[in-house]
Design a protein around this ligand. Structure first.
Ligand SMILES: [Zn+2]
Length: 299
């Protein structure tokens, strides 16, 4: 609310139609499409004043705005959001049981994709959700969201490769301090390639610290700086966040709502609710999860 008033005041100061207010923290690397999006932001903020009276406001961040279409204000849908960590083959008797438990083999992953293909199940990103909420796209009859946490190399080598092969989409939550710095993580070139191919890059913060243990300033830095870094690297807005280790509290939700449109938790559930966009549930995938589970979730 305070922010909208502030932005409105800014608008009056600079006059509508100029580009003064677009993404102040952005540099010249922002693409043309990004700039177009900020124009859209101006229009929507104007609308926000009207909507204010009915107490419904669009969700707004520095680089993206969600304007929920009439009738979609309480949109809720069944949407299994699967959570993957490593797409790699780790033997069940591996001495590293933690790694085993976070793994899912490329062969199993491909079986999932074949299942989605055979059953006409669409793989959505948060950009699709945004388009659905804005009335630009219908909600598919059957859909799933595939999310990948931590930005490991195998997300490029295996997940991205297979998703491309089956013409499906994933949401990749990356840790910006690890990206391009730690060899087990993605490089920025890989991230850019994935984003350009239509996969969503979301934030998993700068350092992967548990946000509920941090002070407000550090929470802000983790959320804001990671988003800004990814946006600079890929030239697209970042609209989704995933809380490291699933940890958050009210302060984290408050900060998330300033920078993101959606945030995924690690809590178990399959219902997407626009009324609770910073507490979206997920479905953990275990190395033993088979396509039989998909039958019960998706048929
Ligand atoms: Zn993580």
């Amino acid at each position: 609310m305070k922010k909208i008033i502030l932005m409105s005041a800014l608008l009056i100061l600079v006059g509508c139609g100029t580009k003064q207010i677009d993404i102040p923290s952005f540099d010249e690397r922002v693409s043309e499409s990004q700039i177009n999006e900020s124009n859209e932001t101006e229009v929507v903020i104007e609308g926000a004043k009207k909507e204010d009276e009915t107490s419904k406001q669009p969700l707004e961040t520095q680089s993206a705005t969600l304007t929920v279409a009439p009738g979609m204000e309480n949109f809720e849908t069944y949407l299994p959001t699967l959570m993957f960590h490593y797409i790699e083959d780790v033997p069940a008797d591996s001495p590293d049981q933690m790694r085993y438990n976070l793994s899912f083999s490329p062969e199993q992953f491909e079986e999932f994709l074949i299942y989605f293909q055979e059953n006409n199940i669409e793989t959505l990103t948060f950009w699709d959700i945004k388009a659905i909420l804005e009335g630009e796209k219908p909600m598919p009859e059957k859909a799933v969201m595939l999310t990948f946490d931590d930005g490991h190399q195998d997300h490029y080598n295996e997940a991205f490769r297979l998703l491309e092969q089956y013409n499906m989409k994933g949401v990749f939550f990356i840790i910006t301090d690890k990206t391009g710095n730690d060899p087990v993580h993605l490089t920025w070139d890989q991230v850019r390639e994935m984003a350009a191919a239509g996969h969503e890059i979301g934030s998993h913060t700068v350092t992967h610290r548990e946000l509920n243990t941090l002070g407000v300033e550090d929470i802000q830095a983790e959320l804001k700086n990671s988003k800004q870094k990814i946006e600079e690297e890929i030239g697209q807005a970042v609209i989704s966040l995933c809380y490291p280790v699933g940890r958050y509290d009210e302060r984290v939700i408050e900060a998330s709502s300033e920078h993101y449109l959606f945030a995924r938790t690690t809590e178990s559930g399959k219902q997407f609710r626009i009324n609770d966009p910073y507490r979206l549930p997920t479905t953990r995938i275990f190395p033993t999860t088979g396509t039989g589970a998909l039958d019960s979730w998706l048929k």
